[in-house]
Design a protein around this ligand. Structure first.
Ligand code: DCP
Ligand code: MG
Length: 401
């Protein structure tokens, strides 16, 4: 035996919100395997099973060392029989049969491809799969009526399935900041979601917007969206009341607060001028390609469509489509919104589970309700919310569960 491999790891606490989960960890191969099974369960709408695999994966991410033998995990929480079986197989054989079969299955591949279309969830994808639709091209050929989001999803499919890089997130941050300061001086924006947790890439860019004077944020989203649209930054947008939170957290309490929470799902048109220039200097050919593909002055829509089609064959173009989510919160709820939208999804779920089961409290992105005292608890920072929940503060970089 190599020295150290039998060292028992100190048993970790079972809720992900009780421990640090860093972005970079020591058990990538195991977590990749468990993530495939989690993803497959989620795509099959087996939420419970998905969460079980995610919790097991998050536990492994928190471990301070690489696991070489399944015995090292004795006494650790969050590891069910199924997860342990997968871990053991990967450690002993290098791969797990179930994971390999899942990855190669037609259903998993098709469900991934179809839910990769913006606006398409597991239910819709499953219906299409059972009709023989396996890819976005199949979908286009099928002549199905798509809603506005799904049409945009198909149109910008390639771009939206490229990871967004931090530099691009920052570039979009500058645009949103400009929009916000133009329509409401003093309003502030914060980068939330995965990028706030230190991720280098993401599937989208998330922003939280607020204004230090309570009430000034009302109507802000509509103004920001109008400004962005007038400047030609938006390829798609849809503003909604925050129904996700209503469904997750039960009835809104108090409803008046919930009514003021708005979210905008959008697709930005981000200019890639700089990257293009770099590419051009690297290869003379790309300059030729580029001069052929540069859209001539046309209406915006024509130009966008053409550029989008051309991009698929040339790889040379002046812009890219990026998913951007914006949330506006009243200042009094800012700390809750910040905590609720920084993620990860599992970390959020664990916080709420901790609150309910260990503290008889209800946590949402708006408030914290103490069922014992029958009152709402105020907080001005994430640190205060952790303290109210009786938890050690975990900074965003430790919330990558
Ligand atoms: N969120 C959540 N539950 C959801 C949707 C969102 O808790 N069903 C919260 C937590 C997420 C944040 O909103 O971290 C942003 O959602 P994203 O889907 O953008 O997730 P991330 O930003 O964490 O990941 P990615 O890097 O893929 O964008
Ligand atoms: Mg995100």
């Amino acid at each position: 035996d190599e020295p150290g491999t039998e060292l028992a790891v100190v048993s970790l606490p079972s809720y992900a919100c009780q421990r640090h989960t860093p972005l970079l960890h020591h058990n990538t191969v195991l977590i990749d395997a468990l993530s495939i099974l989690a993803e497959n369960a989620e795509l099959s709408e087996n939420e419970g099973r998905g969460v079980a695999f995610r919790r097991a994966g998050a536990l492994l991410k928190s471990l301070p060392q690489e696991i070489r033998r399944v015995e090292q995990l004795r006494g650790q929480p969050c590891l069910g029989d199924h997860s342990l079986r997968v871990i053991k197989e990967v450690l002993e054989d290098g791969v797990c049969c179930e994971v390999e079969t899942t990855k190669e299955s037609r259903q998993f591949k098709a469900m991934k491809a179809l839910t990769g279309i913006f606006g398409v969830g597991a239910k819709t994808a499953d219906r299409w799969f059972r009709e023989g639709i396996h890819t976005p091209s199949d979908l286009q050929r099928s002549g199905h009526n798509l809603n506005r989001a799904q049409r945009a999803g198909v149109q910008y499919y390639d771009d939206l399935n490229q990871p967004v890089r931090k530099a691009e997130a920052d570039a979009i941050g500058l645009i949103v900041e400009k929009a916000v300061s133009e329509v409401l001086p003093g309003a502030k924006i914060t980068l939330i979601g995965g990028f706030r947790r230190g991720k280098e890439t993401g599937h989208d860019v998330d922003f939280l917007i607020t204004h230090p004077e309570e009430g000034r944020e009302e109507g802000l989203m509509a103004k920001v969206v109008s400004w962005l649209e007038a400047q030609g930054f938006l390829l798609y947008h849809k503003t909604t009341r925050n129904s996700y939170l209503e469904s997750k957290d039960g009835p809104a309490r108090p409803p008046s607060n919930m009514d003021r929470f708005e979210r905008c799902f959008s697709i930005f048109r981000l200019s890639t001028e700089n990257e293009r220039r770099i590419t051009q200097t690297i290869s003379a050919q790309s300059t030729l390609l580029h001069s052929r593909t540069e859209p001539s002055p046309q209406t915006n829509d024509q130009a966008r469509e053409e550029s989008s089609m051309l991009s698929q064959c040339s790889g040379s173009r002046s812009w890219m489509a990026v998913r951007v989510d914006m949330v506006v919160s009243p200042y009094s709820q800012f700390a809750f919104a910040l905590l609720g939208w920084t993620g990860s999804k599992l970390f959020e779920r664990e916080l709420r589970r901790w609150a309910v089961h260990e503290r008889a409290m209800t946590l949402s992105s708006h408030t914290l309700y103490d069922s014992t005292k029958r009152q709402y608890l105020r907080a001005n920072s994430e640190e205060e919310i952790f303290a109210l929940l009786g938890l050690e503060y975990i900074p965003p970089c430790g919330r990558n569960a």
